[in-house]
Design a protein around this ligand. Structure first.
Ligand code: ATP
Ligand code: MG
Length: 329
């Protein structure tokens, strides 16, 4: 069975952007692949090193979000990055032959550095794509389902795998990125990305009253004042959500919006109903698993399985790099 590695930074609760961009894809793929889900606490600390307690709280939250969205902890291994030591080992080794200029030219690093106001980048932040390559390659994953912002990082991972194989011996597959149809969901405020840090998100754990309030206050086409004004669905946030969560009705909604035969309020109410169909079962699963000790046990066994895969890979890596000085006793 081929392997998948994917996951999230525990910087906050997961939202509909994550659901459309990667979570629902993970849920589908878990039956076809051996799936590893990383809760990337070290990667989160590359931007949040001053608030480790926030990251700690969100390790549990993000795990619960994944399970609530439909990941089955019996089939998949959900694990904590910092508890798998082989990932840290590989990060050091991959850094030996990855140049600084390759990292500096990464467009996602540039965007995020600006977003966080990093003028003088730390070694850890500039190098997080190397650490992410280790997250992916420690289990020799074949496929990495992610949002569009992650594509430059997957390129770095593919380079690192290819170069390792050339330099030492064939240990790593060159993993492919799996981008879903909705690779970037826009925010409630019309910002290009729904994001934990921009306060423009509908969270998987929001109750129905909150969802209703958020949808009703979302920005739509500013040119539509009266219901009969012709609309421009291509610039409307609500239409983007219909595309992501109500694909069946999209042609009909597009036509009646352009003709001015459906008003924004009715269109929003329709969306709320569709979102509730998705979110209600997610809330139910959340309640089922949100009990003392349950998430911890899932992480402990997932992390043990990940460390097992890591140990197998490290044995091959040590042999390839001639660092297997003696057998472990
Ligand atoms: P952070 O600001 O902490 O980086 P994030 O919202 O970017 O948070 P991540 O944990 O970094 O979330 O990303 C998890 C996965 O979700 C990635 O594959 C990312 O591409 C995807 N993703 C995040 N936001 C969106 C969005 N608005 N639309 C589609 N995919 C998204
Ligand atoms: Mg991110």
């Amino acid at each position: 069975m081929e392997r998948i590695l994917t996951g999230d930074r525990p910087t906050g609760s997961l939202h509909l952007g994550h659901f459309a961009g990667s979570l629902r894809n993970r849920v589908k793929l878990q039956d076809q692949y051996e799936t590893f889900i990383i809760v990337a606490d070290i990667q989160a600390l590359t931007t949040h090193w001053e608030t480790p307690e926030l990251i700690r709280t969100n390790v549990r939250e993000v795990t619960l979000d994944n399970i609530a969205a439909g990941l089955d902890p019996k089939k998949t291994s959900i694990f904590v990055q910092s508890m798998v030591p082989q990932i840290a080992e590989l990060t050091v080794l991959f850094g030996l032959y990855t140049t600084v200029s390759r990292l500096k030219h990464n467009p996602t690093i540039k965007t995020e550095a600006k977003q966080y106001g990093f003028t003088d980048m730390t070694y850890g932040f500039l190098g997080y794509p190397v650490s992410q390559a280790a997250d992916i390659l420690f289990c020799r994953a074949d496929l990495v389902p992610v949002g569009e912002d992650q594509l430059p990082h997957i390129e770095v991972t593919r380079f690192i795998a290819r170069r390792f194989n050339e330099l030492y011996s064939e240990v790593f597959p060159e993993p492919k990125a799996g981008v879903s149809e909705i690779s970037r969901l826009i925010g409630l405020d019309g910002n290009t990305k729904m994001s934990k840090s921009l306060g423009n998100a509908i969270y998987l754990k929001d109750d129905s009253r909150t969802v209703k309030k958020k949808v009703m206050s979302a920005v739509t086409d500013p040119a539509r004042i009266h219901k009969t004004d012709p609309g421009h669905p291509d610039i409307c946030t609500i239409f983007a959500y219909h595309k992501a969560f109500n694909a069946m009705e999209v042609p009909e909604i597009e036509e009646s919006c352009k003709k001015g035969t459906i008003g924004c309020v009715a269109c929003k109410k329709n969306l709320i109903r569709k979102l509730e169909e998705i979110l209600a079962p997610i809330r139910e699963r959340r309640a089922e698993y949100d009990k003392p000790g349950v998430i911890e046990d899932i992480l402990i066994s997932g992390t043990a399985r990940a460390a097992e895969a890591g140990a197998e890979t490290m044995a091959l890596v040590r042999e390839a790099m001639h660092t297997n000085y003696w057998k472990e006793r």
